[in-house]
Design a protein around this ligand. Structure first.
Ligand SMILES: C[S@@+](CC[C@H](N)C(=O)[O-])C[C@H]1O[C@@H](n2cnc3c(N)ncnc32)[C@H](O)[C@@H]1O
Length: 403
C-alpha cells in the first residue's frame, strides 16, 4: 500500500477490504498442477506468510487492530476527497473497528453500517443464530460520492403480495423494461365482502416506485458450492454483494482497491462494471486464484465483444523476481527454466536440438517457452523476430511461461 502512494495518493474512489480475523491462520494450500484435476502439491506457508500471521493474529485482537489501523491510515491517504472505504467485519470486532475508523476518518465521515444478512440456516439454542456480517462505510470527507442503488425486484414482489388472491400470480411474468417494471396480470380483490376478484394489469414506474436500497442487504446469499462463481476460496464473498457496494460508491470509470483481495472478487466485479482496480494480498494462493479469475473475466468479456483491459502482477519483498534471481538462482536463467518446466511437469528439451532456440520444453502437444526471469515476451519474438523489450512485468498464461 505504501508503494502505491507515489502514483495513487488522493486518487482512489473506493476501497473495500475484508481483512480476516481468526480465519487466516492457515496459509498452506493445495495447489493444482497440470491438467489433471487430482494432481496437487501441498504448499506450506512461506516465511513472509508466517511472520504476517504472527503480526496479525499473534496477540489476538490487539495485534489485529494495530495491523488494521496502520493500513487504514494508508487507505485514507490513497482515497480521493470524494472517495470512501468499506470495511467488512463481523460481530467479533465490528465495534473496535468502527472506533478505529472514526479515529482515522472522523466521526462526521461515517456513512453506513451495512448489515449483510447471509441467510445461513442454524439450530442455535443458546442465542439467536448469528446470521450477518457488518460492512462499515466511511467517506474520506463528508463530501463523499454516493450513487443510490434501487432495491431488488424480489423485495418489491413481496410488497405487492397484498394484491394477490391465493398467491396465484405468476412471478415469472414480472419483467423490467428499460425504465419501467411491468407486473403482469395480477388478481386483485375488489370487494372484500363479496370476494370479487378481478384480473388487473399493474404497471409500475421503476424510478418512482422502487426505493433506494437500505442498509440491510438480505437478498444476497453466501457463495454456494454449486454457484458458477465458486472458486473454492474459503472466505470468498459473493459478487452480488460487491457489485452493490461498487455501484453505490464508485462512479463508472472510477477506481476500486482491495488490499486483502482473497479470491479477487472485488477486481472481477470492478472489471465487469467498467471500473479500474488495484488488488493486493499477502498469500500466494490468493494471487494465483485472483490472477486466474481475472484472466477468465477478460476472456468472457472478449468473447462477448466487450472491452476489457490488461493487468500487471507485481511482487514485493521476498516475492520480487529480483530476489529470487539473485538469492535463489544466482542469476541463472537455465536453472530457472528447469525449475519452471519441472513444476508444470513439462518435458525439458535441449534448445540446441529443438527447432528454435525459443523452445525449451514440451507439454502434451504444446511447445513451451520459459521467459527470462525479468523478461517480457513480445509478439515480435513469438513471430521469430528480434528484440526483447522492457525490463520487468509478468504476463502470459503461467508465471514466466509461454505455452
Ligand atoms: C477474508 S479473505 C478476503 C476474501 C475476499 N474478499 C474474497 O471475496 O475472496 C482475507 C484475505 O486477506 C489476506 N491477508 C491476511 N493477512 C494479510 C495482510 N497482513 N496483508 C494482506 N493480505 C492479508 C489473506 O491471504 C486472505 O486472502
Amino acid at each position: 500500500m505504501a508503494s502505491l502512494l507515489a502514483e495513487f495518493k488522493g486518487k482512489i474512489d473506493l476501497i473495500y477490504i475484508d481483512p480476516p480475523f481468526d480465519v487466516g491462520a492457515d496459509f498452506s494450500m493445495p495447489v493444482p498442477i497440470g491438467e489433471e484435476d487430482d494432481d496437487f502439491i501441498h504448499k506450506d506457508p512461506s516465511a513472509l506468510e508466517m511472520v504476517a500471521y504472527r503480526d496479525t493474529w499473534g496477540r489476538g485482537a490487539a495485534s489485529y487492530l494495530s495491523m488494521l489501523s496502520e493500513r487504514l491510515v494508508l487507505c485514507h491517504s490513497l482515497l480521493a476527497d470524494s472517495g470512501s472505504i468499506c470495511v467488512h467485519c463481523d460481530w467479533r470486532l465490528n465495534s473496535p473497528i468502527r472506533l478505529t475508523m472514526e479515529q482515522v476518518f472522523g466521526v462526521d465521515s461515517f456513512i453506513n453500517e451495512i448489515v449483510w444478512r447471509y441467510g445461513k440456516m442454524s439450530n442455535a439454542t443458546q442465542r439467536f443464530p448469528r446470521n450477518h456480517d457488518t460492512i462499515l462505510a466511511f467517506g474520506k470527507t463528508s463530501g463523499y460520492s454516493f450513487f443510490p442503488v434501487k432495491s431488488a425486484p424480489s423485495e418489491y414482489r413481496a410488497r405487492y403480495e397484498r394484491f394477490l388472491e391465493g398467491n396465484k400470480v405468476l412471478y415469472g411474468s414480472v419483467r423490467r423494461s428499460s425504465d419501467r417494471l411491468i407486473l403482469g396480470r395480477v388478481k386483485k380483490v375488489e370487494n372484500e365482502l363479496g370476494r370479487k376478484v378481478t384480473d388487473t394489469d399493474v404497471l409500475f414506474d421503476f424510478d418512482k416506485e422502487f426505493k433506494t436500497q437500505d442498509d440491510v442487504f438480505y437478498d444476497i446469499s453466501i457463495v454456494k458450492g454449486n454457484a458458477s462463481e465458486q472458486l473454492d476460496y474459503p472466505t470468498q464473498k459473493p459478487e452480488a454483494l460487491i457489485e452493490r457496494i461498487v455501484e453505490a460508491f464508485c462512479r463508472k470509470g472510477g477506481s476500486v482497491a482491495d488490499f486483502f483481495c482473497g479470491s479477487g472478487t472485488t477486481g472481477a466485479v470492478a472489471e465487469k462494471l467498467g471500473r479500474r482496480w488495484i488488488m493486493a494480498d499477502l498469500g500466494r494462493f490468493a494471487i494465483h486464484t485472483t490472477r486466474k479469475r481475472l484472466i477468465d473475466v477478460q476472456r468472457t468479456l472478449s468473447a462477448g465483444g466487450k472491452p476489457y483491459r490488461s493487468f500487471d502482477v507485481h511482487n514485493l519483498g521476498r516475492y520480487e523476481r529480483q530476489w529470487w534471481q539473485q538469492e535463489a538462482l544466482k542469476g541463472a536463467d537455465t536453472e530457472h527454466r528447469r525449475v519452471v518446466l519441472e513444476f508444470f511437469k513439462a518435458e525439458i528439451l535441449d534448445p540446441a536440438k529443438s527447432s528454435s532456440p525459443l523452445i525449451h520444453g514440451r507439454k502434451g502437444r504444446a511447445l513451451c517457452h520459459v521467459d527470462g526471469i525479468d523478461g517480457i515476451f513480445t509478439a515480435a519474438e513469438a513471430r521469430g523476430g528480434a528484440g526483447r523489450g522492457g525490463d520487468g512485468g509478468d504476463r502470459g498464461l503461467l508465471p514466466g511461461v509461454g505455452l
